[in-house]
Ligand binder design. Structure first.
Ligand SMILES: Cc1ncc(COP(=O)(O)O)c(C=O)c1O
Ligand SMILES: [Zn+2]
Length: 391
């Protein structure tokens, strides 16, 4: 019990809508009181200081006090996190953007930022004694879950749209996962997951239908603050599907403010979506009351083809509180951006990340973002997995 206290300061879970208390020591999914995600709450420790980070492991586990794993032996890590923040020299010069940065998540295990959430969720699955994990995925999360389950010795079932590029399927099979293909989008995969769960007992890692992936993704927020010497950017652009990273970064900023690590200044958060699947943009613009019945189409940025994000309320709250907004980008523009950034900077980024570049240019034109602001784009994945659709 002593180790437990030292390692994490996790206190309880709370409903993201009404704040109702739920135990963090029992298996939980989402909050039944409001049918909304659960969030982890910590008893933020006094002795967890910025200085205490010095010399720690260079992975997301350096923030262990504000991460939810009780027992260090349960951590399933492949070295995720502490990704670099790059200064894209040629884009900066050509577009007169002196303070443009890219946090490059492509070097994570399995080539995307999904590694963070899945390292955390599979660690918690291990801690709970799970034998099988299941996930509906647009692609990257499935590969990440398969890898972490392989490392943990847990069986993985990945349910993925059949139109996803072959490499996303192959990596799951290589990691030993059972792969189930569904004609449709991630929302259809979620229905299949519900069906499979009726006959097999599984730890369900669906986006924000369990509280732990969010805790992994929030480490991006801690890293951004630490890497920028505790002065956050003015604007963060983030490719938003289910919204875990966006919500996670915001949660990290709030926790850091509570610990006195940063002041009250916050970036404007920009949620970038695919034009073929832009539920958040439609709700924001009043085209629909919410995304429950939104019908989306596939995108080359498969991670953005999430028509009915479960955490829509939380995404909208972050955008409102931060003074940000959502914006949509066409697939054809994402492909142009992948090619432009590859030639200019030597980086083949995911189309999800490339969408941010087009969104930024549009928002500069609209003067929503100013050229001299400190602007951070989150490149969430490697473009290598998508090449068959880009060339
Ligand atoms: C490369 C990439 N970027 C962004 C996203 C969207 O992430 P989130 O669910 O955190 O909004 C995904 C999700 O699959 C992804 O694979
Ligand atoms: Zn509630």
């Amino acid at each position: 019990m002593q180790t437990v206290q030292q390692f994490t300061s996790l206190s309880h879970l709370s409903c993201s809508q009404c704040g109702q208390f739920y135990s963090a020591f029992e298996m939980q999914t989402y909050a039944p009181c409001c049918n909304q995600p659960l969030v982890a709450v910590y008893e933020l420790p006094d002795d967890f200081s910025k200085a205490s980070l010095r010399g720690r492991v260079t992975s997301m586990w350096r923030y262990r006090e504000v991460l939810p794993v009780f027992e260090p032996d349960n951590i399933v890590s492949l070295g995720e996190g502490m990704t670099p923040i790059l200064t894209p020299k040629h884009l900066r010069a050509q577009y007169e953007l002196p303070n443009l940065f890219i946090k490059d998540e492509s070097g994570n295990p399995t080539g995307s930022f999904k590694a963070r959430g899945l390292s955390m969720a599979v660690s918690k699955a291990k801690e709970a004694g799970a034998h099988t994990c299941i996930v509906p995925t647009a692609g990257n999360a499935g590969g990440a879950m398969a890898a972490y389950c392989a490392a943990a010795g847990i069986k993985a079932i990945v349910v993925m749209p059949s139109h996803t590029p072959q490499v996303f399927k192959d990596e799951c099979l290589l990691y030993g996962a059972e792969l189930v293909l569904v004609d449709g989008l991630i929302s259809d995969c979620a229905k299949k997951v519900a069906q499979i769960k009726q006959s097999i007992e599984c730890f369900d890692i669906s986006t924000l239908k369990e509280p732990w992936r969010l805790e992994g993704k929030k480490t991006m927020g801690y890293e951004i603050a630490e890497q920028f010497d505790w002065a956050l950017p003015d604007v963060i652009l983030y490719p938003t599907g289910g919204g875990t990273g966006l919500i996670g970064m915001w949660k990290a900023f709030n926790e850091m403010e509570e610990m006195g690590w940063i002041d009250t200044r916050r970036p404007r958060m920009i949620a970038v979506q695919a034009a073929t699947c832009q539920p958040i943009v439609h709700t924001w613009n009043g085209v629909q009351p919410n995304a429950k019945n939104y019908i989306g189409r596939p995108s080359i940025a498969n991670g953005l083809a999430v028509p009915n994000p479960f955490a829509e309320n939380m995404i909208l709250r972050v955008l409102r509180e931060s003074g940000g907004r959502p914006i949509a980008v066409q697939d054809v523009d994402m492909i142009t951006a992948v090619k432009e950034i590859a030639k200019a900077e030597g980086l083949i980024i995911a189309p999800e990340g490339a969408a941010l570049w087009k969104a930024l240019l549009e928002l500069l034109d609209q003067q929503v973002i100013q050229r001299d602001e400190k602007i951070l784009m989150l490149n969430t994945g490697s473009g290598y997995k998508y090449l068959q659709n880009i060339m």
